[in-house]
Design a protein around this ligand. Structure first.
Ligand SMILES: [Zn+2]
Length: 167
């Protein structure tokens, strides 16, 4: 039984379809047909500009972002997507929240829409800390296909686990 942790909370009928794609080794092809090309924002500078553009379009009034970077230490992307990452750090005894956006390095080499999905997700957390209705409404405002994209990103992460890189 292959590892399906990235999509474990999706409905059974979807999981059955995905399992079939995996067994027939067609998951990669499914993703490549749908998302054939990768983006070029591979530096932290380019990522910063990309996030700032999204913020300017949708979240002008949110707290300022101090840093945007690719982080090679984010290995459990399920944590980033499934649970909210804690951004509160201890500064000399008092707690302060830092508006940093860290994107797992794996997104350096993915289709642009996958990068957009993860950036939209992190940006929405500037306003909504929890994964609640308001949070997902905000994600959908920034990217109308947000839910489909999150699903496809999870499929790609499943592919990475089972077969390795596609892009
Ligand atoms: Zn989150």
């Amino acid at each position: 039984m292959p590892n399906l942790t990235y999509i474990s909370h999706y409905p059974e009928h979807l999981k059955v379809q995905i399992l079939q794609l995996i067994e027939e080794e067609k998951l990669g092809k499914y993703l490549l047909v749908k998302y054939p090309t990768t983006h070029t924002m591979t530096s932290d500078k380019a990522l910063y500009a990309y996030v700032m553009e999204l913020r300017a379009a949708f979240l002008r009034k949110s707290e300022p972002i101090t840093k945007v970077l690719y982080d090679g230490k984010i290995s459990d992307i399920n944590d980033a997507l499934g649970l909210h990452r804690i951004t509160i750090k201890n500064h000399g005894g008092r707690l302060r929240s830092k508006s940093e956006i860290r994107v797992a390095s794996v997104f350096k080499s993915t289709p642009e829409l996958f990068l957009k999905m993860i950036c939209v997700h992190e940006l929405a957390h500037l306003k909504e800390k929890q994964h609640n209705k308001a949070f997902y409404a905000l994600c959908e405002k920034m990217e109308p296909s947000y839910h489909q994209l999150e699903f496809d990103v999870r499929l790609y992460l499943t592919h990475l686990d089972l077969f390795g890189k596609l892009y």
